[in-house]
Design a protein. Sequence first.
Length: 237
Amino acid sequence: MDANNLVSARELARRNGLSFPNESLEYRQARDDLLAEEIELRRHIERVAEQRRALPPGGQVTKDYRFQGPDGEVTLKDLFGNKSTLVIYNYMYGPQRELPCPMCTSMLSALDGEVPDISQRVAFAVVARSPIERLLAFKKERGWHHLPLYSDTTDEFSRDYHAIGPDGSDDAAYNVFTIKDGVIRHFWNPEMGPATADPGQDPRGAPDFMPLWTVLDTTPEGRPPTWYPKLDYDTAQ
């Protein structure tokens, strides 16, 4: 994207020309100012994505990582299928947890319906440290249809790719791998955590993969700093 050839965000906002019933001039001015910022945000997201795609080759995967799937043992290479890129999400549902992480569960519930679309472009897998039988039982209970679940039976992959905390507890992780000429390399991880968090914010990554937060960020109430999703809700609420 050549920034020198772009029309200014404020001019694009002016050209947009939208309005809604009974809005005030004050609202329209503030909304157009916000629209200009949203256009700049979109452009920045595109610049960051372009920079991400241009990363040099990451570290080569030299270990023979193995996982337990519904049909038996598979290797990291097997998870690629016929794709050259593999996305792995580490789910916080280790054997020491009575229940899985509500935040992870919320995101995976949203992604379940996207898996058929994602799989048209890249391979996708969800890895957790619980036995595969436990993972599949929760998948059925939750009503997930498409998420491909695998158990990291040795914890080695989860430990090497930052899905286990310093105290041995589960941690969520998102990693992208590539394969070329039989060589698997790590491509990208969000790398954001407590050390990179701004004051008053959760240590979330950018992009943020949670559809829940995307929706709430468009509302007057915003993203509540002390509220997290639950596995179940009182239906009366």
